[in-house]
Design a protein around this ligand. Structure first.
Ligand code: TYM
Length: 356
């Protein structure tokens, strides 16, 4: 622990209270494909942090999902650590949350297989994200890409999850998870004794769909080939300034929320609102007479200031790899016990013999 900001993070062995105590369970995750951007932060992680003390939380780095599209084996492990460090840097508190790596717990893959066998293939073919990603992949679409939502269902269901905080784009996958639960409970459980718990999505209205900086009608995405389309959490101030300076706007003076023909304006004002912590009314009043020349430096400064503490904490966490490893080691131990318990329950319900 070389930096005082890291001391604020509790060491896994010094937790002050048990994390459960009858609280509802939350599970969510992010893929280690590149750096996190403002969409991931405002649509998901910020909400995990804000709600964490109310719930018993499990946050995983979903590295098995990362290979559903072509990936680089030379960077996968480092990218996984980066995301785990960013969870801590964004404010995930180990007094309330368990952080772990999906591939470290074999139950995720095993439950996926069991769920595969009760999931109709046309449910998966109907998934919007599959269709979008499959088009981008051309000929090279893997079975894993089609099966991706079943793996996500396994992530959620292994932990008897009540709530899944995500951005809007994941809603359909959680609905599919619910359909799988209903089908499995119907076939192998009973109304009095369901095998798996039915989870609910937790999607906040503001920030649930952060849009691209280069096209306000498309979502900000890690897979957009243009770096200018997104602000990454680890972008230095000059990169943030450049991206905001070049972002798409419109020729209208006076800025306003929710105008159907001004998607970029709505997106940029929403970013300003969420990053400054001001209310929508306050931002609407502050910006109603502004032009872009006045607003862009304001948004730049607000973004740089909002990301500064996250970047400082990230550097401190990454400077102590042993600490990060201990967080993930203990996270795995805690998560694994629960995951294996649920997996055995499902295997028993499906009629498997117990290993001798
Ligand atoms: P991923 O890695 O694509 O995104 C991580 C989280 O960020 C949210 N998000 C956004 N929110 C607002 N605006 C955007 N432009 C934006 N882009 C991404 C996503 O909704 C997500 O919450 N399948 C998931 C990962 C996953 C998972 C899970 C999530 C695997 N297993 C179990 C919850 C529970 C995914 O690919 O997220």
């Amino acid at each position: 622990m070389r930096d005082s900001s890291v001391k604020l993070l509790s060491h896994p062995s010094t937790r002050i209270e048990p994390k459960s105590m009858g609280k509802q369970r939350v599970l969510s995750g992010v893929q280690p494909t590149g750096n996190l951007h403002l969409g991931n932060y405002l649509g998901a992680i910020r909400n995990w942090v804000e709600g964490q003390s109310q719930y018993e939380n499990f946050f995983c780095v979903v590295d098995l999902h990362a290979i559903t599209v072509p990936h680089n084996p030379a960077t996968l492990a480092a990218d996984t650590y980066t995301i785990a460090a960013l969870y801590l840097a964004c404010g995930i508190d180990l007094n309330y949350a368990t952080i772990f790596v999906q591939s470290h717990i074999s139950a995720h893959s095993e439950l996926t297989w069991l769920l595969n066998c009760i999931t109709p293939i046309n449910w998966l073919q109907d998934m919007i994200q599959f269709k979008e990603k499959a088009v981008k992949q051309g000929q090279n679409v893997s079975t894993g890409l089609l099966d991706y939502p079943v793996l996500m269902a396994a992530d959620i269901l292994l932990y008897d999850t009540d709530l899944v905080p995500v951005g809007e784009d994941q809603k359909q996958h959680i609905e599919l998870t619910r359909d799988i639960v209903i089908r499995l409970n119907d076939q192998f459980g009973s109304p009095e004794k369901p095998v798996l718990k039915l989870p609910q999505p937790l999607i906040r209205k503001e920030g649930a769909r952060v849009m691209s900086l280069t096209d306000g009608t498309r979502k900000m995405s890690k897979s957009d080939p243009s770096e200018l389309s997104r602000i990454n959490l680890l972008d230095p101030p000059d990169a943030i300034q450049k991206k905001i300076k070049r972002c798409k706007t419109d020729p209208i003076k006076g800025l306003e929320f929710d105008h159907p023909e001004r998607p970029e304006c709505n997106n940029l004002l929403t970013l300003y609102m969420l990053l400054s912590g001001k209310t929508k009314e306050a931002v609407a009043a502050e910006c109603q007479d502004m032009g872009w020349g006045q607003f862009k430096p304001l948004l730049t400064e607000t973004t740089v200031e909002a990301l500064k503490p996250i970047q400082q904490k990230y550097q401190a966490v990454m400077a102590d790899k042993g600490y990060l490893e201990s967080v993930l080691r203990e996270g795995r131990q805690q998560a694994e016990a629960i995951a294996h318990f649920t997996l055995s329950k499902v295997k028993t319900a499906l009629g498997y013999s117990t290993p001798l």
